[in-house]
Design a protein around this ligand. Structure first.
Ligand code: PEP
Length: 256
């Protein structure tokens, strides 16, 4: 999953299952999904199940190119932190990546740019690929603050990263007003935000590092709108919530 510093940005399609699917349901999903994506070599496929289904998912995707990610992580590798799961535990369980600072974590569980930054560094330290989420709320967009919010989230969540560390992250632009609402950003609106984030990356690191950064779009991605989104040069993949729960829908998105 690591991003090499190379001009090619291989697309990544990530499914975020949120608080859905038992172990049995996860097995049933992959039994239906795997045969539908065996020919998909054009993109990386990643699924982020809930913690309790990670081991089962790792077992059933073994031998395929599908990667398993976690939906969150704590920054300490061990300690008296009841309820948390560490980066080292995720690696041992077979995860390759971890979603960090999803808007639902920011909105409902007190995630901040500072905690996201600690998680990004901790994930990188054990070799997990952080999938860092940023995005503005509807109120922030309507107030004309989108760029200010994205810049604050970018700088805060990625503070003090070395260029080598930065080259290993994936970013997801997820406008909060488009998540689970059925209201997708138009490809052009998404691409404009991606371009802004890439320019920030160029200013913070170098143009070469920025050119290699994979930026995924997330927010009501469906089989019907993935083609238009992926036609934008700035969009390097998708982070998919609701539509990743159905094997046929998610396969149609992967096979855009
Ligand atoms: C998400 O969970 O990150 C997401 C984008 O959800 P949905 O696709 O359901 O809008």
């Amino acid at each position: 999953m690591a991003n090499d510093v190379s001009p090619m940005r291989k697309p990544v399609i990530v499914g975020n299952w949120k608080l859905y699917k038992t172990q049995q349901e996860a097995r049933e999903f992959f039994a239906a999904f795997k045969p539908l994506v065996t020919a998909a070599k054009h993109c990386e496929i990643v699924v982020a199940p809930p913690f309790t289904a990670i081991a089962v998912c790792v077992e059933v995707v073994r031998g395929s190119s599908i990667g398993i990610a976690a939906q969150d992580v704590y920054w300490a590798n061990e300690g008296a932190f009841t309820g948390e799961v560490s980066p080292r535990m995720l690696i041992e369980a077979g995860c390759r990546a971890v979603i960090i600072a999803h808007s639902e974590r920011r909105q409902f569980f007190g995630e901040t740019d500072e905690s996201a930054n600690r998680k990004v560094k901790a994930a990188l330290a054990v070799g997990l690929t952080p999938i860092l989420c940023v995005g503005e709320t509807l109120g922030e967009r309507e107030a004309g603050s989108t760029k200010k919010i994205l810049e604050r989230q970018f700088r805060g969540s990625l503070a003090a990263l070395t260029p080598a560390e930065f080259s290993r992250i994936i970013m997801a632009y997820e406008p909060v007003w488009a998540i689970g609402t059925g209201r997708t950003a138009t490809p052009e609106v998404a691409a404009e935000a991606h371009k802004f984030l890439r320019d920030l990356a160029a200013g913070t690191f170098t143009a070469e590092y920025a050119a290699c950064l994979r930026i995924l779009y997330g927010g009501s991605v469906k089989p019907e709108n993935i083609k238009g989104l992926m036609a934008q040069a700035e969009i390097d993949g998708a982070l998919v919530g609701g539509a990743s729960l159905d094997p046929e829908h998610f396969a149609a998105i992967v096979n855009y």
